[in-house]
Design a protein around this ligand. Structure first.
Ligand code: SRM
Ligand code: SF4
Length: 572
């Protein structure tokens, strides 16, 4: 296929000499805070994005100044597990090089924002010094492999976590470019086959995401991932994993060719086969994914276009054996379990609610300082959850009172006493750093929830968990399309409202209203919440209720996401 027919990024990858481009030269040029367009694309594979502060963009334009460029660094944390030392170092770098905050992401990673170009190399080097890295945190490769942080099933979790680490290691790009550019590694001559045995020089058509879940918790939202493994526990032991493929959420407003899609569960593999299955799914997507149109390049479209049966047969050809039959499993929810839990080995774990995943000190709530003090004495680990929260994990019984004292001192001991709606919320970063944001999310959802809490209190729904998620655009970083209430930015202070997602993340939602502004949100949701409080069946979840009550139609699978939308939703 000739290069012109392929997307521009394919050319950039081909010409990049295995992700080098001219990044090293660009970093040395301090006459500008930015890097070349092509290098900005390549930087993502190294775990960093060029951004600019959108709050000051207009003012700088007025004064004919360059945009306020800086970089976001995403730190890979396979399975979301970090040591106290890694926490302390990340916290230090947040102050020294970034904007004084740590962002816990929806894929169990750390993000640091606001790093200026002259500090970029040093920060990435220091992240590597802490035994973490940033390679493949972004880009057209496999990303941070997620794993359910399930503390109360610690033995199974340990195996699942090991598998996540092995998959992550196996699928990490092999190019030396990362070491050469950021770590001053030596240039070593190797043959083409040795450089990228799995990816080849054009890597994957698009990003690729893998997750492992241990039912009954779907807190990693397996249905939103390209590939997921669902742990099957039989007689208390890990029998293997169901394999799910083809999930993904990103879409574009007004382009019905793009849509969120849930993963299909296609078979079963043993724990020994898991890395090979991951590799072969990646290879099928490498070879068949669309490299011409990036909006159509994710595995979900490869599978939707060619069919699940085709995909399974092709995968089995690559594997050289068949997958086993899907085994029974059941997910209860996709939320976190807050407060203290004790595991089967007698260790304790405290899940802390972190609003929007932003670890920051505010005058009334010095959370970052408190976590730093906890990290200094904590002997277990920290686990980042896919709901942007934090587990202070593996606390021995004799250490528990010391951690409790610090939680109390810094006001974190009551983090889980907030309304169930707030505890079940996710907001993506959006403004001011995200270049793709059309509206606010992290800075706005807390206020929307405060407003709704008044009504929930009145209706006696304070303790009812309803998943509520907001993103600043339809790329879906806060997984809004599988929430029971989803807000997706369409423009400044304008949101589309989606209702009816499955409480365990097992069903997509449906457009209910377009272009709501702040004033419309309460007016739109209040009567629905009232009906839910009055008319729901015993134990009925909000997402199920709105479908049964005929408020929205159910979305069966991605391809019908834009179908069966009620007429009122399309007015405006
Ligand atoms: Fe995302 C792009 C933030 C999870 C789908 N995402 C971005 C960028 C890098 C914007 C950009 O390309 O310039 C955002 C950076 C904002 C900033 O200032 O930090 C961004 N995504 C995030 C995070 C930080 C959201 C958060 O608040 O936690 C999450 C980081 C995860 C991580 O640690 O790796 C994040 N992004 C997701 C998820 C959720 C998930 O993976 O479970 C999705 C939906 C699932 C999926 O991939 O389908 C997601 N992000 C996207 C997309 C749309 C992809 C698509 O297939 O259409 C983009 C845009 C793109 O790739 O072109 C995007
Ligand atoms: Fe940015 Fe959109 Fe992702 Fe939010 S959903 S972080 S606005 S790309």
């Amino acid at each position: 296929m000739s290069e012109e027919k392929l997307s521009a990024n394919e050319g950039i990858k081909t010409r990049s000499n295995y992700l080098r481009g001219t990044i090293a030269e660009g970093l040395r040029d301090l006459s500008t805070g930015s890097l070349s367009e092509d290098d900005q694309q390549l930087l993502k594979f190294h775990g960093t994005y060029q951004q600019d502060d959108r709050d000051v963009r207009a003012n700088r334009r007025k004064h004919k100044l360059e945009k306020a460029y800086s970089f976001m660094i995403r730190v890979r944390v396979p399975g979301g597990v970090a040591t106290p030392k890694q926490w302390i170092e990340t916290d230090r770098m947040a102050d020294q090089f970034a904007n004084g905050t740590i962002k816990l992401t929806t894929r169990q990673a750390f993000q640091l924002h606001g790093i200026i170009k002259s500090n970029l190399k040093r920060t990435i080097k220091e992240i590597n010094d802490t035994a973490m890295d940033t390679i493949a945190a972004c880009g057209d490769v496999n990303r941070n492999v997620m794993c359910n942080p399930n503390p109360h099933l610690s033995a199974i979790h340990e195996e699942a976590l090991r598998a996540a680490q092995e998959i992550s290691d196996h699928l990490t790009p092999q190019t030396r470019a990362y070491h050469e550019i950021w770590l001053d590694g030596e240039k070593i001559e190797t043959s083409e086959e040795e450089i990228e045995p799995i990816y080849g020089k054009t890597y994957l058509p698009r990003k690729f995401k893998i997750t492992i879940a241990v039912p009954p918790s779907n807190d990693v939202d397996i249905y939103a991932n390209d590939l997921s493994f669902i742990a099957i526990v039989e007689d208390g032991k890990l029998a293997g994993y169901n394999v799910a493929v083809g999930g993904g959420l990103g879409m574009t407003h007004g382009n019905e060719e793009t849509y969120p899609r849930l993963a299909d569960v296609i078979g079963f593999c043993t724990p020994e086969q898991v890395v090979d299955v991951a590799e072969k799914v990646v290879l099928v997507q490498r070879d068949y994914g669309d490299r011409k149109e990036r909006k159509h390049a994710r595995l979900k479209y490869t599978i939707q276009d060619r069919g699940v049966d085709w995909f399974k047969a092709e995968l089995e050809k690559y594997l050289g054996h068949e997958l086993g039959a899907v085994r029974d499993f059941h997910f209860e929810d996709n939320g976190d379990r807050y407060g203290w839990v004790e595991d089967e080995r007698g260790n304790f774990h405290y899940t802390l609610f972190v609003q929007g995943g932003r670890v920051v000190d505010t005058p009334g709530y010095p959370m970052r300082e408190g976590l730093r003090e906890i990290a200094k004495v904590h002997e277990g680990d920290f686990r980042l959850t896919a709901n942007q929260n934090l587990v202070i994990a593996n606390v021995a019984e004799e250490k528990r009172s010391e951690i409790e004292r610090l939680l109390e001192k810094y006001g974190m001991h009551r983090s889980h006493e907030r309304s169930a709606l707030r505890l079940a919320s996710i907001a993506c970063v959006a403004l001011p750093t995200c270049s793709l944001a059309l509206a606010e999310a992290e800075r706005y959802l807390p206020d929307v929830i405060t407003d709704l809490e008044e009504k929930l209190e009145e209706l006696g729904l304070r303790h009812d968990a309803i998943t509520i998620r907001m993103t600043g655009c339809p790329n879906g970083c806060g997984r809004p399309f599988i929430s029971e209430i989803g807000f997706v930015g369409r423009g400044p202070n304008r949101y589309n409202l989606y209702l009816g997602g499955g409480h365990a993340g097992q069903r997509l939602n449906k457009l209910y209203r377009q272009d709501l502004d702040a004033a419309d949100i309460r007016a739109t949701l209040d009567p629905i919440l009232e009906r839910y409080a009055k008319e729901r069946n015993d134990g009925e979840r909000f997402g199920d209720f709105v479908i049964r009550a005929g408020i929205v139609n159910a979305t069966v699978q991605g391809a019908d996401f834009h179908e069966n939308i009620k007429e009122e939703a399309l007015k405006n």
